[in-house]
Design a protein around this ligand. Sequence first.
Ligand code: ZN
Length: 330
Amino acid sequence: MPRPVDFTYCADQATFDHAISTLSLSRTLILDCEGLDIGMQEGALSLICLGTVTADAIFVFDVLVLRDNGINVNPLLRLLLTEDITKVTWDGRMDFLEIQETYAVELNGVLDLQLAEVMSRMWVRGEGERQRTNRLASRYFGFHVVKNDPDLYDGIHIVLGMANCLKEHHLGDGIEKDPEVIAMHRANGTALWLERPLSERLLRYAATDIYLISLLHEDFKRKSWINAANRSELQWYSQRYVTMFQDGGRLDPENVFMKGPLIMLSEITADTNAARYECSGCGRRKPIYCFETRWANMWPQRLPRCRVCTVVALKRQLPPNEDWMYVFDA
Ligand SMILES: [Zn+2]
């Protein structure tokens, strides 16, 4: 039997106050949210889980019951929006959106491990172009496709899911996510997070994510993927990563281009003042480098979809890009 993770369920004033006073002593917290399709249209928040950096204390805030009990959650929101308190996440993009849409506050001070893993490939592990294209080819597109049109795939990176990353690093053995809850997700989606009372099993599943993120955080530090020299830069980029969808608000679940395992790093590292152009696929505004471009009659043109959306359309055999458009029309 896997060793269960300890946690405190917070749904009344006493447990809430205890959680806040414990968490307030830490400069670094682990964060993960659960709910119905969080960050998506029709999505709804159910739990905010926060732990101390080594997950010695894990608190599961039941935001629905706290609301019903009339408890003021501002002290919790203050922890989330305070920049000086680092929030370690694994792909915090949906957490950011859900918190913004639910409470109209911005999650600040993020250190995102999914992004840190991608950045460590070049910054720390010294990976080059060959490893980047190998990852794209072996995990997603196939070698033939990537070799055929290398410019199209330039600067595109594949991100890892948390379960895959744990497996690659042999972490969390014996403390895997509850297979029964994974099966429930597969059968009925995420609506189970809105039922009350929540079973001990579901609460523990949510708390276990905090523990697993803390293991990854420790491991990344041990490997120097996160170190004193790159930490503040990683946090700067993490904040840009998790705010990626901020302008458009909740994501449209019908739009296959909105969120996938591909990112273009230059979108995150580009000058904040760089001109941006709207993609007809994902609908987001991106620097010109993210598009295929050409010259026509001395004027620059681009395709309407960004290159990430273009390769996703190819992979899914969706209709190709529409016609070239002049860049000044954007
Ligand atoms: Zn796009």
